[in-house]
Ligand binder design. Structure first.
Ligand code: IPM
Ligand code: MG
Length: 351
């Protein structure tokens, strides 16, 4: 009897519902082929939900997220939600105690990317830093945002980064690749002496527990420049919230673009999975969004659920379709619709 998993689905706004439907088709194809069974609980959240019921993250949606084996997100138009109207992504990240977001980027066969040899993962704290939601006006002329950095969240994120590095080292040893396994933590210590001082201290403490992993630190600006100049140097990038937000897009852009950038936020009790991209309002509703980032996020969800064979199969199917090259969406230079791209992936899954 196949395993059965309850998945709380938050399709969100813009292209979110479209790409989530594509990923569900891939997951269901896996079930049809004798894989695990997924029981979906679709819940409202996001800007559209705010317009309908005055809250962007209703309590019932949060309760459903906490009750499920995993949470699967599309995208949410958080920029459109007025101040005080709720912060559904922030709420999820904080309430599900996920700590860090893991965002892999690498060059893929069949995809022309600006970087010939990038293969890295950005591990980004997602609950505090510049996203601490402490903002206030000072008179009419100034506004402040408080950047909170805690030792506990920094340690948790650093541990996730070194665990990622350890897993990558294991894979490299198995396939005989000689790329060094290293963690690069990113900061602006010259200016943010206390906050990034605390962050770097926590990272260095964790690094001592992993003597076989190379550890280095880089200023955020230098790091961004070096990622562009020498992408192959980077392996695991460990960052506070806003720096990691920016660098994960840089890494995605250097690899294959946001259309292929997946992410996983895994905490001790809960986990959620989402594409790195946003709601793409310019193409929403037209059925032309690239579903691959969401499908690859589903693969990360499968891996988290212990369904390694399913995760491998979904990743291989996506990579095979991309390498083959006939069927691709507009962002990758093709003309396929989201549905056609999904059809091709489902077909590759069964071949
Ligand atoms: C991401 C997104 C979000 C973030 C936005 C939508 C709030 O850019 O997940 O990278 O900044 O965390
Ligand atoms: Mg982002």
């Amino acid at each position: 009897m196949a395993e059965s998993y309850s998945i709380c689905v938050l399709p969100g706004d813009g292209i979110g519902p479209e790409v989530v439907d594509c990923a569900r088709r891939v997951l269901d194809a896996l079930s049809a082929a004798g894989g695990p069974v997924f029981v979906y609980d679709v819940q409202p959240a996001g800007h559209g939900t705010f317009l309908e019921c005055g809250e962007a993250m209703p309590a019932a949606s949060m309760a459903a997220a906490k009750a499920a084996d995993a949470v699967f997100l599309g995208a949410m138009d958080v920029a459109e939600i007025p101040s005080g109207g709720g912060d559904p992504l922030g709420d999820l990240r904080i309430e599900l105690e996920v700590g860090a977001s893991v965002r892999p980027s690498r060059t893929l066969a069949g995809i022309v990317s600006p970087a010939a040899d990038i293969d890295c993962v950005v591990v980004r704290e997602v609950t505090e830093g510049l996203y601490s939601r402490i903002e206030y006006m000072v008179g009419d002329d100034a506004a402040c945002a408080v950047r909170v950095i805690s030792r506990s969240a920094s340690t948790k994120t650093a541990r996730m980064a070194f665990e990622q590095a350890t897993a990558r080292q294991r894979v490299r040893a198995a396939v005989g690749t000689d790329k060094p396994t290293r963690v690069t933590s990113v900061h602006k210590i010259g200016v943010l002496k206390l906050t990034d001082g605390l962050f770097l201290e926590a990272c260095a403490d964790v690094a001592r527990d992993y003597p076989n992993i190379e550890y280095e630190t880089k200023n955020i600006d230098a790091c961004a420049m070096e990622m562009v100049r020498e992408p192959g140097h980077f392996d695991v990038i460990l960052a506070t919230n806003a720096f990691g937000d920016i660098l994960s897009d840089v890494a995605a852009g250097l690899a294959a673009g946001l259309g292929l950038a997946a992410s996983a936020c895994i905490g001790d009790r809960w986990a959620y999975f989402e594409p790195v991209h946003g709601t793409a309002p310019d193409i929403a509703g037209r059925g032309i969004a690239n579903p691959c980032a969401t499908i690859l996020s589903a693969a990360m969800m499968l891996r988290h659920l212990g369904e390694d064979a399913g995760a491998d199969a979904v990743e291989a199917a996506v990579y095979a379709v991309l390498a083959q090259g006939d069927v691709r969406t507009g962002d990758l230079g093709g003309t396929a619709s989201s549905a056609e791209m999904t059809d091709a992936i489902v077909q590759a899954l069964s071949s």
